[in-house]
Design a binder for this molecule. Structure first.
Ligand code: SF4
Length: 149
């Protein structure tokens, strides 16, 4: 009960993706586009190929953790097209589905610095309740555990 009272998002947060594609570029800041086993399976289904094939073609492993391959010559995710469109939207991984409600930014300072001032979707559209945000954070936490982060 008291935990809920202390959350800076107790009154909810407004967010609706504006399709800027900003969260799909310069992943260096927040690291890779990580992939749980479920993410790789979902992607493979999207591409209608075997998971092993998807992994071989599109994935790399760093410190034992799978993520999308990166092209050192471009900061964008390889699936970003036209600067702002995800070409694999239906197959996108957990971390893309849960943005911007990530555990690492759910404090007032990080939210203001790394999310609100960066993402044009913050403050727009749907008001996400604290309960809905907590449910997303729970998905995020489970994915992090699956990744071993
Ligand atoms: S998979 Fe799609 S939503 Fe996720 S970072 Fe790449 S382009 Fe963006």
């Amino acid at each position: 009960m008291s935990e809920t009272k202390e959350k800076f998002y107790n009154e909810g947060l407004r967010f609706e993706c504006q399709g800027s594609g900003k969260c799909c570029t310069s992943h260096g800041e927040y690291g890779f586009v990580y992939l749980t086993p479920e993410d790789r399976t979902r992607f493979a289904k999207f591409f209608k190929i075997r998971t092993s094939e998807f992994t071989k073609k599109y994935c790399d492993r760093t410190n034992g953790v799978w993520h999308l391959k990166e092209d050192p010559k471009r900061p964008d995710c390889m699936f970003l097209v036209g600067g702002n469109r995800c070409s694999t939207y239906e197959g996108r991984p957990t971390q893309c589905r849960t943005w911007p409600f990530w555990n690492e930014v759910m404090n007032p300072k990080a939210w203001a610095k790394d999310v609100a001032s960066f993402c044009p979707g913050v403050g727009k559209g749907k008001l996400w309740t604290a309960k809905e945000i907590d449910a997303i954070l729970d998905i995020e936490t489970k994915a992090e555990k699956r990744l071993g982060l």
